[in-house]
Unconditional design. Structure first.
Length: 237
């Protein structure tokens, strides 16, 4: 059991730090993935961003996803082809269903990003983070969309998930890290001492703090580099 999402992120961060990753960028699935990812980004001194996914429900069964839209420029649509075939959905029907969900995705984007574009993942080591996964469906959609954006590699980082879910995610990502894989998976909250529901304002506050920590870390590194450079020049005179 983890004390809270922050402790889970710290433990994941330690595991990832040992890998000495090149050009990592941390992407959180909001809302619950944000406090976990923020701790990872802090440990790795890496930029933090969000990957926003909106499910597209089947006709008459909104809980069953026929597709998902992943925010980006432009957004990516990932189809669940098995469900599309079961419902015999043609292109025009899919377009209608997807169009119905676009406003919600755009609203989420406006809340979390304003007019800021998502960070580019091209050539980067992308670490996709959530606070846990039962089926891993949203994570799989995010990975498939991110693959289209030319990352160097994709790593899944989760505090807890069932072994069968991690097996499926291992087929999608280049590397998976999961700290706890219980054979009999219970509700996600069972694995945390504190597991509050998060509001959009709390997510925004966490993102702002993470960005400030990142700026401070970059400024500190630059100051150290400049100081070392002056010492070297001084020694050479």
């Amino acid at each position: 059991m983890f004390r809270d999402r922050q402790e889970a992120g710290q433990k994941l961060g330690a595991s990832l730090e040992a890998l000495q990753l090149k050009d990592p960028i941390v992407l959180a699935l909001p809302r619950g993935g944000v406090p976990v990812a923020a701790e990872i980004a802090k440990t790795l001194k890496a930029p933090l961003d969000l990957v926003i996914v909106r499910k597209v429900g089947a006709p008459g069964n909104p809980e069953l996803a026929v597709a998902a839209i992943v925010d980006g420029n432009p957004p990516d649509v990932v189809l669940n082809r098995e469900i599309v075939e079961v419902y015999a959905l043609g292109d025009s029907a899919l377009r209608v269903l997807i169009a119905q969900e676009r406003p919600e995705l755009e609203q989420r984007r406006a809340i979390y990003r304003g007019k800021e574009p998502p960070l580019s993942v091209a050539g980067k080591t992308v670490i996709v983070v959530d606070d846990g996964a039962a089926t891993g469906t949203t994570m799989k959609v995010a990975i498939r969309a991110l693959k289209r954006r030319s990352p160097q590699r994709i790593i899944v980082a989760l505090p807890v998930a069932p072994p069968e879910t991690m097996d499926e995610l291992a087929q999608e990502a280049d590397l998976t890290i999961c700290l706890n894989q219980p054979a009999r998976f219970r509700a996600l909250s069972y694995y945390y001492g504190s597991f509050p529901q998060l509001s959009d304002s709390e997510v925004l506050d966490m993102m702002a703090l993470a960005h400030e920590d990142r700026r401070n870390a970059v400024d500190k590194t630059r100051s150290g580099t400049n100081a070392a450079s002056k010492l070297r020049h001084g020694a050479g005179t």
